[in-house]
Design a protein. Structure first.
Length: 415
């Protein structure tokens, strides 16, 4: 089973959108004293990281209403907050509390949300993420992604050599759990739609091999260890197949593996290198990287008809496609003159914008609600870090491992 990872990711937030919504999240009133986790602070940090909200600074929170009767909307209008989140906490029994939460519109003086959330005291962060998700959805209109998970690979070095870990953490970097530890490289984690399984690539046997790890049971299943390349696994939306890159036929092509029978079906057949599959939401198409046009670009395969069409045309290099949940956007590694940045293609218009500065940005992964793109890059210390960027490029969050490098991020689906 999993064990605690050596270190959690530390987050720094940079920038913010000029259109970010001002919101006051007061300290929840708890007569019995402070809890081990500041729930209100977690909510503020979640909303700030999204780039959509500008939570009022803690020293501006001059009032802490516990109930509707305690609210003075004039105070929050003076502080120019558009919304007010407040509440109280009560002990229910040993190890259990009840959060009573409210969200109101300051301008309309109207209550928008009211919920009672019973949780265990070891679930404080999860409860805070849940409330942040509800605030985000009520105001923005799409589900929040604060209760989701991240998978990534850490690389640390000590006297005994280089060590790789496949880690799962909360979306804010807390509660890291190590699933796999190896002295050989681990790569390409990919989530199943139900968040119960992770596929990944391991070199522990000398050659690349694809495994699936069950996060609940700890069971591990070998899916592909053919001669040559076994790489880039991606679960189909229905969870029944795994798209992979195999070179068992002599050339890297895209294959699918039936997870119940382990039957292998070849999807592309070409002399070029076809790799990095990404499923469409309906499971009928696969996007992939190929150099069949001379340089790596992203193509789309219609599985039924076998028709292949090119998707990207701008730049010398486009690879590692990640689709937004509504397929409006396609994030990719976009390269020109050996400078690799994260590009964002608006598919209806064909417009490409750059979300990062390069020069070695890689492995983009869309947030499941389509609000941000997570990718791997290097900081000023040449340390591998993860960076999440909003779609307007205005807000970035760096997730840094204190004693090593972090790479190969994959953002989980929603609950």
């Amino acid at each position: 089973m999993s064990q605690q990872a050596l270190a959690q990711l530390n987050i720094t937030i940079d920038g913010g959108s000029a259109s970010a919504i001002p919101i006051a999240i007061t300290d929840f009133v708890y007569p019995e004293g402070p809890l081990s986790t500041d729930i209100s602070a977690v909510i503020r940090n979640d909303l700030a990281r999204s780039g959509q909200f500008a939570p009022l600074a803690k020293d501006l929170l001059v009032e802490h209403p516990a109930a509707d009767a305690d609210i003075n909307m004039g105070t929050w209008r003076l502080l120019k907050a558009d919304y007010l989140a407040y509440g109280s906490i009560q002990s229910v029994s040993a190890g259990r509390i009840e959060i009573r939460f409210r969200l109101s519109s300051v301008a309309d003086q109207k209550q928008l949300l009211a919920l009672t959330l019973p949780i265990k005291t070891d679930q404080l962060r999860a409860g805070a993420h849940f409330i942040a998700d509800k605030i985000y959805e009520e105001i923005i209109g799409v589900p929040g992604a604060f209760s989701t998970k991240l998978a990534y690979v850490t690389v640390t070095e000590n006297a005994s050599g280089v060590h790789y870990q496949l880690v799962v953490s909360d979306a804010d970097g807390f509660n890291p759990q190590s699933l796999v530890t190896s002295k050989e490289p681990l790569m390409s984690p990919a989530w199943s739609a139900d968040r119960q399984r992770l596929a990944y690539v391991s070199f522990e046997q000398g050659n690349s091999a694809i495994y699936i790890q069950n996060l609940k049971t700890g069971e591990r299943t070998l899916m592909a260890s053919f001669k040559g390349i076994n790489s880039a696994p991606k679960f189909s939306p229905d969870g029944r197949q795994l798209a992979v890159t195999l070179s068992k036929g002599g050339n890297p092509d895209i294959y699918s593996i039936d997870l119940s029978t382990q039957a292998v079906t070849q999807l592309t057949t070409h002399w070029a290198i076809d790799t990095e599959p990404e499923w469409s939401a309906d499971g009928r198409r696969v996007f992939f990287t190929s150099d069949r046009g001379g340089k790596p670009q992203i193509y789309q395969l219609d599985i039924a008809s076998k028709d292949v069409s090119r998707i990207t045309f701008e730049g010398d290099y486009n690879a590692r496609a990640s689709l937004s949940s509504d397929e409006t956007y396609l994030a990719m590694v976009h390269g020109n003159n050996n400078n690799f940045k994260i590009g964002l293609l608006h598919r209806p218009s064909g417009t490409l914008q750059l979300l990062s500065k390069g020069p070695l940005d890689e492995s983009p992964s869309f947030a499941p609600n389509g609000s941000m793109v997570l990718y791997a890059t290097k900081n000023s210390l040449n340390q591998g870090v993860l960076r999440a960027v909003s779609l307007d490029g205005q807000t970035t969050n760096d997730l840094v491992l204190s004693d090593g490098s972090v790479r190969e991020p994959a953002w989980s689906p929603l609950n």
